[in-house]
Ligand binder design. Structure first.
Ligand SMILES: [Zn+2]
Ligand SMILES: [Zn+2]
Length: 341
């Protein structure tokens, strides 16, 4: 089968072809696994973190990609959850131990044995992949393959971030950064919290316009001050400046959720601007969101079908994965990028 693989950590600023097209043997599903014929795979900022070594794969070559939609091609000898040709999705969570305190509480995203699709196991930048059947999700009919793919990461982790804000209807929500995840959060927040106003901070004019089209109350640049203080803010940027700029806009008791698997080192100096009375005093909180649990993925897919949320996306061929990644790095973003396989 064809696969786009990462052979080593590299710097995307210098290497415009971080992934290589190779042929790999078709995976053989184990006991409780299924083999999936990949139809679409979303392109995520986390792939850049893997390529540039902020959250590196442990083995090379690695097939990246963790927003996978496809059909069941083969069943392992004891797999019984799906039938051949069923449409399934695979998300960032590839497996977890199932026995530790976090797994037993449904927070398998925090399991020390958490394995990520496309980092710790081969992912969806390929014609086929295998996955434990308990970690595959039925995809609601209303979505196309490419339309469902971005929901599986950006959407599911956005759902978990929104849940962690403890937002109540009528509370104001801020979003700093307005890429694939944030635009989905805006849509779900408007549905779940119809009386809440949403304020968007984004560097690019295009992203700000997009936010206003989707119903934001206000959109400004990262360091602009919104017309009022906010109950909570979700940060989806890869850098530090938006953190400092966001927390000063929180109300007393407000909470910042950082939805980023890793931050880049580029502007870390900006943290020296942290002023305790201005930024943290008055019981302000900062909390990160880590990975996703299966519950986040399935609850979000149902919510997305109900609203319905149909993300905007651009399609690329599997062999154009490098182009999609470079464009993502350069923040040429409007909505999501999807490899059509
Ligand atoms: Zn992702
Ligand atoms: Zn566990």
């Amino acid at each position: 089968m064809k696969a786009m693989v990462l052979n080593q950590i590299t710097d995307i600023a210098e290497n415009k072809s971080p992934l290589e097209l190779i042929h790999l043997p078709q995976p053989i599903p184990g006991d409780k696994e299924i083999l999936v014929k990949v139809s679409a795979c979303g392109v995520c900022h986390t792939e850049l973190d893997e390529i540039e070594g902020r959250t590196p794969p442990q083995i090379f070559p690695m097939v990246l990609g963790h927003q996978v939609v496809g059909t069941v091609e083969k069943l392992g000898s004891n797999a019984s959850k799906f039938k051949i040709d069923d449409r399934v999705g695979i998300a960032w969570i590839y497996s977890a131990c199932g026995k530790c305190e976090f797994c037993l509480a449904g927070n398998e995203n925090l399991c020390t044995d958490f394995k990520a699709t496309g980092r710790d196991a081969f992912g969806g930048y390929a014609e086929f992949m295998k996955v434990p059947e308990d970690f595959a999700f039925p995809i609601p009919e209303i979505f196309s393959n490419s339309g469902a793919a971005p929901l599986l990461c950006a959407g599911a982790i956005g759902y978990r971030s929104l849940h962690l804000t403890n937002l109540e209807d009528g509370h104001n929500l801020g979003l700093t950064g307005f890429g694939a995840s944030a635009h989905l959060v805006l849509m779900m927040a408007k549905h779940k919290f119809p009386n809440s106003k949403i304020y968007v901070f984004a560097r690019s004019e295009k992203e700000r316009e997009f936010a206003m089209e989707l119903g934001a109350e206000w959109a400004g640049d990262t360091e602009q001050e919104p017309p009022e203080k906010l109950n909570c803010i979700i940060d989806t940027t890869p850098v530090w400046k938006p953190i400092i700029e966001a927390i000063k806009n929180l109300k007393p008791g407000g909470r910042l959720i950082i939805n980023a698997i890793r931050k880049e080192e580029l502007d870390k100096d900006y943290l020296l601007k942290l002023d305790y009375p201005e930024h943290l005093w008055m019981e302000k909180e900062i909390k990160s969101v880590a990975n996703v649990a299966r519950r986040d993925v399935s609850e979000f897919l149902n919510l997305a079908a109900e609203i319905p949320i149909k993300p905007e996306f651009q399609e690329y061929a599997l062999t154009d994965a490098n182009k999609a990644l470079i464009e993502l790095k350069q923040r040429k973003i409007r909505g999501a990028k999807v490899l059509k396989i």
